[in-house]
Design a protein around this ligand. Sequence first.
Ligand code: TYD
Length: 206
Amino acid sequence: MAGRLITIEGLDGCGKSTLVAGLAAELESRSLPVTALREPGGVQLAERLRDLVKDPSLQVNARAEALIYAAARAQLVGEVVLPLLEEGRCVLLDRYIDSSLAYQGAGRGLGIEAVAQINDFASGGLGADCTLYLRLDAATRAERIGERGEAADRLELAGDDFFARAATAYDELAAAEPQRIHVLDAAAAPAAVLAAAIEAISELLP
Ligand code: TYD
């Protein structure tokens, strides 16, 4: 497989979408074939599952939630990510397995190991070549989410303890896999975050 899978992770409000757009533009400007996708979503089945899992009017228990994210991931990987990597493209993915480990494994308390197992099955064992973790302190995050002023989806309603557990899990995942997971200061200006991200992925680029 010639392509590269680069995932972008972090809590809601940390600036992932801005970074994905900036990185895609940067790689394109270097004439590198790149495709940006988001999770859950990116393909029709996964976009429908996204609507279901985010809907605040639905009851979704923790195990069902983990399986819905894993199902969306299985479809995205099989339908587009693997073919793109085989074509030699660089795939930028806004969230991947680490999101499930942090949110469902730690946030919902299902356990990192159990959630890792279902995701190994879902992804067929496809891991990221490199992960950029946008780390943001709780106060700055709260400020940014307040500024957005959008109605909260089901996950965003989960409460401060949930997000504190997810944040701790991200930190632990990053500490356990420093080669793969690069921690970026998400409180920095967007241009500085982008520069740090380009530096972090530079060894993957031709
Ligand atoms: P989204 O609007 O894409 O949020 P964000 O811009 O922060 O990525 O919604 C996705 C939500 O789903 C977000 O709250 C994180 C959550 N999520 C999980 O809980 N587990 C997962 O495996 C994934 C991919 C997302």
